[in-house]
Design a protein around this ligand. Structure first.
Ligand SMILES: NC(=O)c1ccc[n+]([C@@H]2O[C@H](COP(=O)([O-])OP(=O)(O)OC[C@H]3O[C@@H](n4cnc5c(N)ncnc54)[C@H](OP(=O)(O)O)[C@@H]3O)[C@@H](O)[C@H]2O)c1
Length: 344
């Protein structure tokens, strides 16, 4: 199809009937994969827009299109015909020419393309405690994206998780990997800051439920448990049978430790901002849970596989990698996987 001549519609042309098709960003990555699986399970058709269309597993029912922010017409074409956009797009940290300012601009471009394509509703995955005045570019950027969404004139639901677990998540898996492989695990400060994780499949179900609603909404996506960070590390250590010593180091020194280990692993383990934001309580909330899966039970249930393989963030987003296994299908564990695909 010739992009230059393709009509993509305007807001007044928003699809008036449910087409049965939804678009999910990143359906071969982390939360997007869980959302796509939940949608397919409920009988929806799914198209994805992704920076890695080549990662489409063989035989996948998901149509893959490129996430091309610098081609607004192509972006709108990729959204055309869909009822709801489930947006997980974001960048974790600044690297090369990609930073949070660019991610805000790209998100805005995506919302405008969705409006022009006639998308009826946008379900947007954000973060707990976004803030226009936040000292952290991640949280400030997230607030700017939420504002852009509210201004774009498409009905929306914002879903705000703090930390995700389950599936092939990075954070808990890599804490377990470090505890399995190193004699010492450094915690910044006293580790008394809380975290409020949600299982990625609970997040996906919440997103799909919000997709079926009509009104604008903002929901913290949080599970029932709120351990402190040091309690979380102890739980994982005990579950995986690690004998690593957990040592508290000054918060100002923690980013340096994380940088050293990250360099050895050819990855970014934890940025200084990520640590500071967590230590400032931004990964915790006080409200009632909006998801059922208890983290502690999940850790116990998955102890034998948690942290067996290191999950490398830079491999996922900045280096080439082979296609992922089909949505919902366990991988061949004989392969040296960069994570723990298929685990729920
Ligand atoms: N993971 C967590 O623990 C956590 C916690 C709180 C909030 N969140 C929020 O949840 C949302 C989804 O997070 P996720 O962990 O599920 O992300 P993800 O699957 O790793 O990535 C989500 C989407 O963003 C794209 N993306 C990620 N990094 C990129 C980069 N550096 N350059 C270009 N595109 C990039 C991915 O592209 P590809 O399709 O090419 O992979 C994918 O389409 C984000 O808004 C995040 O802020 C996540």
């Amino acid at each position: 199809m010739n992009a230059a001549t393709t009509p993509v519609g305007h807001r007044e042309d928003a699809v008036s009937v449910d087409t049965g098709l939804d678009v999910v960003t990143g359906a071969f990555s982390y939360s997007g994969k869980a959302i796509a699986k939940a949608l397919l399970g409920s009988g929806r058709q799914v198209r994805t827009i992704t920076g890695h269309p080549g990662r489409a597993p063989e035989g996948s029912p998901i149509e893959a299109r490129p996430l091309e922010f610098d081609n607004p017409v192509g972006l709108a074409e990729s959204l055309a015909g869909a009822t709801t956009l489930y947006n997980t797009y974001w960048v974790r940290f600044a690297r090369d020419r990609t930073d949070h300012d660019l991610a805000v601009a790209n998100s805005r471009a995506l919302f405008h393309a969705a409006r022009r394509a006639g998308i009826r509703r946008i379900v947007h995955v954000s973060i707990t405690h976004p803030g226009i005045d936040s000292p952290f570019p991640y949280f400030r950027g997230k607030a700017l994206v939420e504002r852009a969404l509210a201004e774009v004139d498409v009905p929306y639901a914002i879903v705000r998780p703090a930390i995700l677990f389950g599936g092939d998540g990075v954070l808990l898996n890599n804490i377990a990997w470090l505890l399995r492989h190193l004699p010492v695990f450094a915690v910044g400060g006293r580790g008394g800051y809380g975290v409020r994780p949600i299982h990625v499949d609970d997040l996906a179900r919440l997103c799909v439920a919000r997709g079926a609603e009509r009104h604008d909404s903002v929901t913290d996506a949080v599970g029932p448990e709120r351990p402190t960070f040091i309690e979380l590390v102890r739980d994982i250590r005990d579950a995986v049978g690690s004998r690593a010593r957990i040592v508290c180091v000054p918060g100002s020194a923690l980013p340096m430790f994380a940088r050293l280990v990250g360099t050895a692993l050819r990855d970014v383990l934890l940025t200084a901002d990520e640590y500071r934001a967590m230590a400032a309580g931004l990964a915790d909330t006080h409200g009632r849970p909006t998801a059922p899966t208890a983290l502690s039970g999940w850790i116990t249930q998955h102890a034998s596989e948690l942290g067996l393989h290191y999950a490398n963030e830079l491999d996922r987003h900045y280096r080439q990698s082979p296609p992922s296994p089909p949505v919902g299908v366990a991988p061949d564990r004989s392969l040296p996987a960069g994570g723990v695909e298929g685990r729920t």
